[in-house]
Design a protein around this ligand. Structure first.
Ligand code: BTN
Length: 241
């Protein structure tokens, strides 16, 4: 499996994830296709949020993947690989980043990239995944958002196309590596996980508590040591304070 052999470049679209889903319904979308837009006017974030970025300055794109070797139980593996691919791309330009569970990418306490994966299951073609990635490249003003970009971190303008091609390379190599050695994927993800094994403050449905992230379930649920008891959370069930 390789991504990026086919690239669709749009000037403006509501959301590259929606555009990809519509192409898929219409038929004729091949696995590995990358759909890139210079501008999204209704970009979607996680948990129903919007993904707002300045037109023309950043990367907003989706990857369509078909029949990835995933089951419902291990579908978080794809999230892990995407996060590791973004980290790899950043490392190539000297930026050290962390993964904030589930798959936000942070640099020195600010968000540089977000990922929204939308999966569907078809009987004939297995799990079909639309992986939407927003990566801040040349935007330098974020208002009240706690965000950063490649340009802010590197101190110079970076052509978005170069970043996209570098990401495609990183993704293909991460995917190859962990398809061959799936047993190494979880450790690689945990190695870069923000706040792993640190005592920090969180909030769940019963209130605020000091706890320690100790791992991830195969489904992607976060395991936090809460007063000595490993407790697992879905993304909507815990807040990092
Ligand atoms: C998040 O951190 O909330 C996830 C953001 C995901 C944004 C990307 S941009 C390309 C793709 N199309 C969308 O509408 N959303 C994703």
């Amino acid at each position: 499996m390789r991504i990026g052999q086919k690239l669709i470049h749009l000037e403006s679209v509501d959301s590259t994830n929606n555009y990809t889903a519509n192409l898929l319904k219409a038929g004729g979308l091949s696995s590995g296709t990358v759909i890139l837009a210079d501008e999204q006017f209704a970009g979607k974030g996680q948990r129903g949020a919007e993904w707002l970025t300045e037109a023309g300055k950043n990367l907003t794109f989706s990857i369509y993947l078909e029949d990835v070797n995933l089951s419902v139980e291990n579908q978080f593996n794809l999230s892990k690989m995407v996060a590791l691919a973004v980290l790899d791309l950043l490392k190539k330009v000297g930026i050290v980043a962390h993964i904030k569970w589930p798959n936000d990418i942070w640099v020195k306490g600010r968000k540089i990239s977000g990922v929204l994966i939308e999966n569907s299951v078809s009987q004939s073609r297995g799990i079909r995944s639309i992986i939407g990635i927003g990566l801040n490249v040349n935007q330098t003003e974020f208002g009240s958002l706690n965000a950063t970009s490649l340009q802010l971190e590197m101190g110079n303008f970076v052509p978005t196309r170069d970043v996209l091609f570098s990401f495609i390379e990183s993704f293909n190599s991460v995917y190859d590596q962990f398809s061959m050695h799936p047993e190494q994927l979880n450790a690689a993800y945990l190695e870069h996980l923000y706040q792993l094994k640190e005592v920090r403050t969180y909030r769940d449905e019963s209130g605020t508590f000091d706890g320690k992230i100790v791992g991830i379930e195969p489904s992607g649920r976060l395991i936090v040591d809460k007063e000595g008891i490993p407790t697992s959370y879905d993304v909507k069930e815990i807040v990092f304070l």
